[in-house]
Design a protein. Structure first.
Length: 510
């Protein structure tokens, strides 16, 4: 194990008690070394968490990766150099996962001489030692331009890994899928090569789920006509070596704005927003399929009331039967113990504008990111709408992927909390009520923004908004909502960054 110190301290740890039920504890502000960037959170344990970091040296330099272990005071205990080569040849990173006290790193490498695409695994133990690379899967693509690809699936709270790979594209052949299920010690439990009864050129794989028993559910799409697609699930049961196909229906939701596909408690659940030919989102849909019988137990489309629609559209549009014109992506689905659940969506739009210089003919492209209102839909266990609420939010940025946009979501037994960078005018007592939420938060100068906290009552849907803290923390770093990770039932890791300066914090539900 190679350990490298890559950060140095600027500011002492601070604790801020804000709002009625939340507390924020920021760690030390630090500066990254050279071109170091934070990647994401791998996972946590009762004593700390693991962060991925990377950098690129030079214009054509090779990327390097580290994993940093932080304690709960946000101090770096050690960092691990993660190899970016196998046998002195480049690799592609396929995924990194923390399960129990180990970290599993998957890399693929194309062996051009043998016409084989190989998948390797290395494991980091709880002491931070990296094991040798182990070959776990491979794709022979001889005679094909397409080298195929690997996917790794890990079910939360499970110790199993499902590795799937698709053979290179076949113009005339059927879709082929290969499954391998490994346990925590990475012993192969079973493997299966499956040919689906649909042509490769028509069938699209949209998602996978696995259950506690290691059964595999593939969700796919087949075009039937120009405007109609058939949605299917292929369920493979390794204990009986059976492959079953079932058609998936979404009630009256023929057109779908966004969809969430998950496995929970013996059911495959599809949830999202739907729209019709009049335009705009009309409501939500939910389909639940029993994984043992493959029977559809729930299939509902639940339209919004006119009152609900008027929060997001105009009276004139609502009278004409038009829905919500903004595109809402499903960000969270929260299921309560009693079966009631919440769908949280965010209005998102990317506008691509290309300019052409009339004199030189040169072109330039601008990417403008809009992260706007949050929609919260409360539904009963019988899939009836309890209430719908709009959290007004307007965020705009250019050519940055919306880095300081979106929000952090936290919940407790009574409330839902959304935290996001906002224009201080939206929260000022001097601003008229009808104007609040209408001012854009431009991240062109994020240091001037504030972090808004919207608290939504789970029973009534009523909400309040207040200034949580300044987006620019007590140094130079600025709050980055997209970077967050739930550590446990009470704590969520958050992050702030500006240039090379960064710091971590934890929001605790009291």
């Amino acid at each position: 194990m190679k350990i490298t110190q890559i950060l140095f301290t600027l500011i002492l740890t601070t604790t801020i008690t804000l709002a009625q039920n939340l507390e924020v504890k920021w760690g030390k502000e630090t500066k990254s070394d050279k071109q170091l960037r934070i990647g994401g959170v791998l996972g946590s344990d009762p004593n700390g968490y693991f962060i991925t970091k990377y950098n690129i040296t030079g214009l054509f330099g090779k990327s390097k990766t580290w994993i940093a272990r932080h304690n709960l005071d946000h101090e770096v205990e050690y960092t691990i150099d993660v190899p970016n080569e196998i046998n002195n040849k480049d690799i592609s990173r396929e995924g990194m996962y923390k399960v129990k006290d180990r970290i599993f790193i998957f890399n693929s490498q194309n062996d051009k001489k043998a016409d084989v695409n190989k998948l390797y695994l290395s494991i980091i133990d709880k002491a931070g030692n990296i094991g040798e690379e182990k070959l776990v899967d491979e794709i022979s693509y001889k005679g094909k331009k397409d080298k195929g690809g690997f996917d790794i699936h890990h079910l939360p709270n499970s110790e199993n890994f499902l590795i799937t790979h698709n053979e290179g594209y076949s113009k005339k052949g059927n879709e082929e899928v290969n499954y391998k299920l490994y346990d925590y010690d990475f012993k192969l439990k079973w493997e299966k090569a499956i040919e689906l009864p649909y042509k490769d050129k028509k069938f699209s794989i949209l998602g996978y789920q696995i259950d506690e028993a290691g059964n595999v559910y593939l969700y796919g799409n087949i075009p039937v006509s120009k405007d109609l697609n058939k949605k299917v699930i292929f369920a493979y049961y390794p204990a009986t070596n059976k492959l079953e196909e079932v058609k998936v229906e979404f009630g009256k939701a023929n057109r779908i704005s966004d969809l969430n596909f998950v496995y929970t408690k013996g059911q495959l659940q599809f949830t999202g927003f739907y729209y019709d030919q009049k335009g705009g989102i009309q409501g939500v849909f939910i389909t639940k399929i029993n994984t043992k019988t493959l029977n559809t137990e729930v299939e509902k489309t639940i339209p919004f009331s006119k009152k609900d629609l008027l929060m997001f559209t105009t009276e004139r549009a609502a009278k004409k039967g038009k829905g919500i014109l903004a595109n809402f992506d499903v960000r969270q689905i929260l299921v309560k113990e009693n079966g009631d659940f919440f769908i949280i969506g965010e209005a998102y739009q990317l506008v691509v504008t290309t300019y052409r210089d009339s004199r030189t003919g040169a072109t330039s492209t601008t990417y403008t990111y809009y992260y706007n209102d949050i929609m919260v839909v409360s539904l009963s266990k019988d899939a009836e709408i309890n209430w719908v609420q709009k959290i007004p939010k307007k965020q705009i940025s250019q050519n940055d992927g919306g880095y300081y946009s979106s929000y952090v979501f936290i919940s407790d037994e009574n409330n839902l909390y959304m935290m996001f960078n906002d224009n201080p005018k939206n929260l000022s007592p001097k601003t008229k009520p009808e104007k609040r939420g209408t001012y854009f938060a431009s991240t062109r100068n994020p240091k001037k923004l504030v972090v808004a906290l919207s608290t939504v009552n789970q029973k009534t849907g009523e909400f309040t908004s207040e200034i949580f803290f300044k987006s620019k923390t007590e140094g130079k770093a600025v709050f980055v909502p997209k970077f967050n990770q739930k550590l446990n039932d009470k704590q969520t890791l958050i992050y702030a960054e500006k240039g090379k300066t960064n710091r971590f914090g934890v929001i605790t539900v009291k």
